[in-house]
Design a protein around this ligand. Sequence first.
Ligand SMILES: O=P(O)(O)OC[C@@]1(O)O[C@H](CO)[C@@H](O)[C@@H]1O
Ligand SMILES: [Mg+2]
Length: 344
Amino acid sequence: SRAAEPKKPAEGSALFALSLCSALPFLGAPRLGSSGHVRRQVRGAGGGRAQGWLGPPSLDKAQGCVPAIRTEGGRRRSPVPAAVPFLKIIRKALSEEKRVSTKTSAADLVTETDHVVEALILQELQTRFPSHRFIAEEAAAAGAKCVLTPSPTWIVDPIDGTCNFVHRFPTVAVSIGFAVNQELEFGVIYHCTEERLYTGRRGQGAFCNGQRLRVSGETDLSKALVLTEIGPRRDPATLKLFLSNMERLLHAGAHGVRVIGSSTLALCHLAAGTADAYYQFGLHCWDLAAATVIIREAGGVVMDTSGGPLDLMSCRVVAAGTREMAVLIAQALQTINYGRDDER
Ligand SMILES: O=P(O)(O)OC[C@@]1(O)O[C@H](CO)[C@@H](O)[C@@H]1O
Ligand SMILES: [Mg+2]
């Protein structure tokens, strides 16, 4: 396996901060539109604590490994407690009845918990960093523009894996990335049911619950475990391309192609070396922002499906532990055009 050359953080990176340590009040649940429906679920099921494959979940342990970051007021704080209030809300809601709505397609789901968690995160960040900009999944779904300017920008997915969340399939994450000068600087991804905190800060490594992350060094596609996500569209032409891409990789001899329902957590598997590559058409900047920092800091490569540099707004990506693997995957893929996040 290969480790990334340490890089110097960008000038002005001391602006980073994510400090949501204070106990956050539970906001009132926003109303869903008339398309909302209720999915009944058995109380008490799901959301169980699982043994982590990187060791037992331990926030205390994770806390010691994440560098403190400076708030605008000059105080230094750890980003780790940020996820805790959201973890509780999401874990509680996982086992409860949910009101589910759809967005761009019948497979693109949203619940009131997505809205509540996003509101909490944005409220806290906006209070502390009034001059910063924000891109967030549910705000974008409501029509907010997704434009990445040079200004410090937080990029938030309140629940990645909402379809899993609706079905109580326990692969659900909160993802928060941070960019300055259009450069990704910092990422936090929280696996809500297994209490795994993934963090990456440019030039300072990537960690999961205190253990340094390192990508796999695999260069041979015929020995690779590849992850992907389906994307929201289900029209015949898109499905044909999606399945044909999967078929191409399987014909090339990949050991397997997996779909776990959360692109951020799939990308964390890549960072941890438990998968060798990831590709997708139809994901968004909030799926990619935090994970990109984590993968790069774990020694991996994140690029465009054309083989060129990553474009965060292009709704497509190839990532791998090695450049060789990423190029092989990119060469095998047929493009599915999902447009751009910054042109909606
Ligand atoms: O809506 P959510 O839960 O944030 O996104 C769920 C998800 O599977 O759908 C996207 C598009 O397929 C994926 O990139 C992403 O991980
Ligand atoms: Mg989401």
